[in-house]
Design a protein around this ligand. Structure first.
Ligand SMILES: Cc1cc2nc3c(=O)[nH]c(=O)nc-3n(C[C@H](O)[C@H](O)[C@H](O)COP(=O)(O)OP(=O)(O)OC[C@H]3O[C@@H](n4cnc5c(N)ncnc54)[C@H](O)[C@@H]3O)c2cc1C
Length: 378
């Protein structure tokens, strides 16, 4: 008897879970991995794409490279999920399984911030990052804003990274002296669980004359005034606006009965939803970690162990600790790292590692090792 598994979404969570199941029980596995796209890219590639450091095509990894025992990839758009019957409908057909894993990530609600895409820009979607390749080079003078429009948002360091990378870009273009950069974040510090990483970032902002505005978010963009309107009514005129849009669960999840208060609640012990044999991992959940690839991957490991234990009639292993390491681009080719643990202690805590060239190499390895593990590509 083969275990029939449907993995919805081939991002960080779906790819890691698929790889583990194939590695451990590939000969007894009948797994279908479904994604609407034909290729994967790391979230951080969007920063490289928007600043013209890498071409859009060079950061895409095609799903057709996945050749793993017991695994089939299907490029299809999922239109309905029935968690009771464990049935999934796509634009092409209907699938049934013994185990369902929802790893559909977070989408963006651009309309929640009026004017964002008509008068400003966002870099969280691939298309938005691609569009900015033509916009950023035209910014030669005036005010730039990197602004968060809602929380939670993916990769909490990414707004700080964009501000620091924009600084480098403008220095290289020889126009930094005639430009201002402001960063607007709805938290008290850039990375709340790690006071040391936050301190290092704030110091970098001060050294580079980047204005850091904490505890505020952007409510709308006024096209006539070319100004960002903050949630306390403050108007900030801009010549370049780089936004982080409000995040939402994909519609297909909201319509499935799996979500509560916008995201899927899961049991931290095994990543099971309230429906039997239906798991959820990554950004789509409200498990309590930030929306980041490393946490999606960590959750996928626990869910995979639980699926295997249950298939083999064994005891479940250790629960999800919510631990992971996030790399932070500090600019000037230097990368820092924060090792965060959300659930092991009484409160989340992070250990900061100063930016260095060694950590830049570490981040490179982070990408290349996943590329090899998930896609078999060197
Ligand atoms: C600018 C930026 C920088 C980032 N930097 C980092 C970083 O340095 N480190 C880090 O750990 N994280 C980083 N992240 C966050 C990271 O990319 C996400 O948190 C991570 O991808 C979440 O993994 P996931 O598996 O939950 O979802 P995703 O990786 O988003 O995967 C979800 C998949 O579901 C598919 N899907 C959705 N709806 C449907 C549908 N209806 N039908 C079929 N398929 C569907 C999507 O196509 C997608 O492939 C960054 C994000 C951004 C935007």
């Amino acid at each position: 008897m083969k275990l029939r598994v449907l993995v919805l979404g081939a991002g960080f969570g779906g790819l890691e879970l698929t790889s583990i199941l194939s590695e451990k029980i590939g000969d007894r596995l009948d797994l279908t991995l479904i994604d609407q796209h034909d290729s994967f890219y790391f979230g951080f590639s969007k920063l490289d794409v928007m600043f013209g450091r890498k071409s859009p095509d060079s950061v895409k990894i095609p799903y057709r490279s996945i050749v793993k025992p017991g695994v089939k990839f299907c490029q299809e758009t999922i239109t309905a999920i029935d968690p009771v019957k464990k049935m999934v409908t796509t634009k092409n057909k209907t699938y049934e399984a013994d185990v369902l894993v929802v790893a559909l990530g977070a989408n963006y609600d651009f309309n929640a911030t009026p004017g964002l895409t008509t008068h400003g820009n966002e870099y969280y979607s691939f298309e938005g990052a691609e569009k900015l390749r033509g916009v950023i080079p035209k910014f030669k003078k005036g005010n730039a804003i990197v602004g968060v429009c809602g929380a939670p948002f993916k990769c909490p360091p990414a707004p700080s990274e964009a501000a620091l990378m924009l600084h480098d870009y403008l220095i290289e273009a020889g126009v930094r002296d005639v430009c201002t950069i402001s960063l607007i974040i709805p938290f008290g510090s850039p990375i709340p669980p790690s006071p040391d990483s936050s301190k290092a970032l704030v110091k970098s902002f001060e050294e580079r004359n980047i204005r850091f505005i904490a505890q505020r978010k952007v409510s709308s963009i006024d096209g006539l005034k070319r100004a960002a309107i903050l949630d306390d009514g403050t108007e900030m005129p801009f010549d370049l606006f780089l936004g982080i849009p409000k995040h939402v669960a994909p519609d297909v999840v909201l319509q499935s009965g799996l979500a509560e208060n916008g995201w899927i609640p899961v049991d931290r012990a095994n990543l099971l939803t309230k429906f039997s044999d239906v798991y959820a991992v990554g950004d789509i959940t409200s498990v309590g970690t930030p929306k980041a690839g490393v946490f999606a991957e960590g959750a996928a490991k626990i869910a995979a162990a639980s699926i295997i234990a249950s298939f083999e009639g064994k005891e479940n292993g250790s629960p999800y600790t919510g631990a992971g390491s996030c790399y932070i681009e500090f600019g000037k080719g230097q990368v820092g790292r924060v090792d965060v643990d959300f659930f092991s202690g009484p409160k989340p805590f992070g250990i900061h590692h100063d930016a260095s060239e060694a950590l830049t190499a570490d981040k490179e390895y982070f990408g290349s090792s996943r590329r090899e593990r998930w896609f078999g590509l060197k």
